[in-house]
Design a protein around this ligand. Structure first.
Ligand code: HEC
Ligand code: HEC
Ligand code: HEC
Ligand code: HEC
Length: 254
């Protein structure tokens, strides 16, 4: 169902209803409407937070397609790759409108393009500058990542160079798996024991096996991402849990 009223307050209002409905449907399994049936982590793209047809603020696809907001079988954007359906921000080729720096605590060389690989594709919606749908709907302001990449986790740099600069006492080897549990140590000087039983390794999610991108933390298709522990409720499409900051401990030895 397409929504025709386009004011920000209306969008916010609709979004609030949607959020409330989604919380209710998550709390009461089976009680939610079909629109929210697939929002659970690891259930696939259809019905997930990346199914644009579930959002009242997006013009739903006239044929009910889900992939088409991001990929098309024909006439894709040749510049973007991955059969990308959308334009890239033209200004972004000169790095504008984005600002960013390499990790502040390191002297590692920055890539010429911080949005190298899939990160640029994410930003075709999440920067709030490019429309989500062909009707020009943009990401609600409060939902954007912002075009200031200084205020987001560093991306677009070499994990290998970071490990060389920081040492193996600070960063996990990229052939290690994502963290699934942590057992606090009781012995002074002995680091908490991190269990790594995820199927996926860090290197699998580095662009070309080397560069950290948005995809190093997020599973865009809602397929192999983790579920929260009982009592918690989130789906940020993460490869490791928020609980005990397992997503962070996957790479950082802290
Ligand atoms: C919200 C945007 C979005 C939607 C919706 C989406 N994708 Fe993707 N897809 C991406 C991005 C971004 C990448 C690049 C990820 C990467 O390079 O790691 C990708 C990569 C892919 C790839 C190539 C790499 C891989 O993971 O296998 C395939 C195939 C694919 N998508 C199929 C689909 C299909 C089929 C659908 C619909 C059921 C779909 N996608 C829906 C964003 C999306
Ligand atoms: C076609 C537009 C589009 C593309 C491309 C896209 N997203 Fe999204 N994404 C959305 C929308 C819309 C939402 C739902 C926002 C909301 O919470 O209302 C969303 C939700 C999310 C969420 C969950 C947010 C929350 O608050 O629950 C994450 C995380 C996310 N996207 C990350 C990514 C990453 C990483 C990529 C690239 C690999 C990407 N997205 C590509 C449109 C897109
Ligand atoms: C180092 C890991 C990491 C990287 C890299 C990363 N994110 Fe996230 N992101 C997270 C975590 C963790 C959350 C969950 C919220 C939290 O814990 O604060 C999150 C939350 C989000 C959300 C939900 C709304 C919000 O603003 O919190 C969106 C959308 C999102 N990320 C998109 C992106 C995009 C787009 C990129 C690339 C430009 C990206 N993320 C890169 C870890 C990451
Ligand atoms: C996929 C691996 C990976 C994940 C997951 C990850 N990081 Fe990082 N992070 C890095 C690397 C590599 C660097 C650059 C080297 C360094 O500063 O240690 C970095 C840098 C940082 C920095 C320094 C930022 C700067 O500008 O200097 C902080 C702080 C940080 N990460 C916190 C986090 C937190 C908090 C999480 C969990 C939400 C997280 N990271 C998840 C790999 C990761």
């Amino acid at each position: 169902m397409a929504v025709t009223v386009r004011t920000n307050s209306t969008r916010f209002y609709l979004r609030t209803i949607l959020l409330a409905a989604s919380i209710v449907s998550n709390l009461l399994p089976g009680a939610g409407g079909p629109a929210f049936a697939g929002q659970a982590p690891g259930t696939g793209t259809v019905g997930s937070v990346h199914d644009m047809n579930t959002f009242a603020f997006v013009f739903n696809d006239s044929m009910g397609r889900v992939c088409a907001f991001c990929h098309v079988p024909h006439h894709a954007n040749s510049e973007a790759g991955t059969l990308w359906a959308k334009p890239l921000d033209q200004q972004a080729s000169g790095l504008r409108p984005y600002t960013w720096t390499a990790p502040e605590n390191l002297r590692i060389s920055q890539e010429l393009d911080p949005l190298v690989g899939p990160s640029r594709l994410c930003m075709t919606c999440h920067d709030g500058a490019i429309a989500i749908d062909p009707h020009g709907t943009k990401m609600p302001a409060e939902k954007t990542i912002s075009t200031d990449l200084n205020i987001t986790h560093p991306i677009g740099f070499s994990y290998d160079e970071a490990v060389t600069a920081r040492g193996s006492n600070e960063l996990a080897d990229k052939n290690e798996q994502y963290a699934t549990a942590v057992t606090p140590s009781e012995t002074p000087g002995v680091y908490n024991q991190v269990t790594r039983e995820a199927k996926i390794r860090i290197v699998d999610l580095l662009y070309q096996g080397e560069i950290l991108t948005c995809v190093s933390c997020h599973d865009v298709h809602n397929k192999n991402n983790v579920s929260p522990d009982p009592g918690h409720n989130y789906n940020f499409l993460l490869w490791a849990k928020e609980e005990n900051s397992l997503i962070c401990l996957s790479c950082h030895k802290k």
